[in-house]
Every structure is written in C-alpha cells, then in structure tokens.
Ligand binder design. Structure first.
Ligand SMILES: CC(C)(COP(=O)(O)OP(=O)(O)OC[C@H]1O[C@@H](n2cnc3c(N)ncnc32)[C@H](O)[C@@H]1OP(=O)(O)O)[C@@H](O)C(=O)NCCC(=O)NCCS
Length: 217
C-alpha cells in the first residue's frame, strides 16, 4: 500500500521522514512511554531511525500497519497514530509528545483514521487496548465512541513478552460515535481526582516486541 495523507481541521497526518528521528527520540524519553508503550527502553536515537526508515515503510508496504505522523500546520511533528491489521484483527494505537497533550489532537487525528478505514471498507471493526489504568488513552477511545469490552490480558505482547491486564474496547463501522457508558473513567469532562495517577497494572504495554514489532505504541 502506498502511504497517503489525511487532513483534520488542525492536523496533517502524513509520512514520517528521516528528519523526524530527533523529535521521535526526544518524545520517546517520556516515562509514560516506558509504562504504556512497547517501544525499546531505554530508547536510543537509533531506535527512532529504525522505526522511521525500516519499521514504518515495511508496515505500509505489507498493509499490515499504517502509521502516520501528526503535524501542526507549521509542520511540527506532535505524535504518531498507527492502524495495524496483524493478529487477525485491526487495532489502533497512538501517542503524543508530552507538550502536545491536552489539546484534543488525538481524538481528532484518530477520528480521521477511523473515518477513512470504515468509509473505504478497509476495516469493519477496530479494536483498542491499553494497559489497565491508562486513563488518558481510554479517554481518547471513549470520546471516539468505542464500546468498553472489559479487563483481560493484552492481545499485543508487552516489551517483555507478557500479556498484562489491559482495558479493551471495540468500534464497528456501523456504530454511532456517541459516548458509550461503562468505561472505568471519571464522568466526561470531570477533573481528575487530586493526586490520581494512571494506576493499577501500569506495567509495560501493548504492542509487539522490540525488533519484529517495534510498533511505538
Ligand atoms: C494517550 C494520549 C495520546 C492522549 O492525549 P491527550 O488527549 O492530549 O490526553 P490528555 O493528557 O489531555 O488526557 C486525556 C483525558 O484523560 C484525562 N486524564 C489524563 N490523566 C488523567 C489522570 N491521571 N486521571 C484522570 N484522568 C486523566 C484528561 O483529564 C483528559 O480528559 P478529558 O478528555 O475529559 O479532558 C497521551 O496521553 C499520550 O501520548 N500518552 C502516552 C502514550 C500512551 O499511553 N498512548 C496510548 C497507548 S494505549
């Protein structure tokens, strides 16, 4: 499959380029990424280069993982979204650089990917999962209309090959995108409880192993 671009009101989703490696490296020093993603840890500049120049192009070529860089109108890379179709299902993964969170970029970007996937018939349903307790990720999935499906081991192996307790959700092409009940989250728009942290089970995360499956999610 040839890489293609998607647009949202505030973002361009396009190819990752070799000169994004430094930004990817910088963002991937975030301890949240150690907890919730499967990226190599510690994360080196060579990991970012490998991700951009080898892993991502291979995913596009096979159609098994479509990855986009999220850019502001100024062209700055703020994060990555990936839609993958390995393991017999489609699933969505994403991250934002810490300084770009809290602006609603991720729901906006993922919505564009979902709309493309469903409107073209590329996917009929898309799964989402996160390490149990990753409230920010779950909030994105809830906003997009995913239906919470419960807590069970991750489908995607963590960095150490384990399958930690994870939250699961599903969105079907035929679903409306309204907020669904049943999420283990504060009411939409409610401030996080003082001192709350993304908590239980916050161990290494969904996604595949370092070499074959360095999904950066
Ligand atoms: C997941 C991610 C992309 C979300 O980005 P974002 O929408 O800008 O996220 P925010 O940090 O603004 O948080 C989103 C929501 O979670 C809530 N939230 C964040 N931390 C929280 C906490 N500790 N307790 C309760 N709620 C929390 C925010 O209040 C916000 O709620 P709102 O949407 O109702 O306003 C971003 O947090 C990220 O990149 N995290 C690290 C990588 C990761 O975990 N990726 C997903 C792997 S499955």
């Amino acid at each position: 499959m040839q890489p293609f671009t998607l647009r949202t009101p505030r973002l361009l989703l396009d190819e990752l380029r070799a000169d994004d490696a430094q930004a990817v490296y910088d963002y991937c020093q975030d301890p949240e990424f150690e907890k919730y993603l499967t990226i190599p840890w510690p994360y080196h500049l060579s990991d970012a280069r490998y991700f951009i120049t080898e892993y991502v192009p291979r995913g596009w070529a096979s159609g098994e993982e479509l990855s986009w860089g999220l850019r502001t109108p100024a062209g700055d890379l703020v994060g990555v979204v990936g839609l993958r179709s390995k393991l017999g299902r489609f699933d969505i993964g994403f991250w934002l650089g810490a300084q770009h969170r809290g602006h609603g970029y991720m729901p906006e970007a993922v919505r564009a990917v979902l709309d493309w996937a469903f409107s073209t018939g590329f996917a009929d349903e898309i799964s989402w999962e996160c390490i149990a307790g990753n409230l920010a990720s779950a909030s994105v999935a809830r906003k997009l209309g995913f239906t919470f499906g419960g807590v069970r081991p991750s489908v995607l192996p963590a960095r150490d090959g384990s399958h930690p307790e994870s939250w699961h959700a599903l969105l079907r092409a035929s679903d409306d995108r309204s907020l669904k009940p049943g999420w283990p989250l504060p009411a939409p728009g409610a401030a996080p409880a003082p001192g709350s942290t993304p908590a239980p089970g916050a161990t290494p995360a969904p996604g595949a192993a370092q070499n074959e499956g360095d999904t950066h999610r």
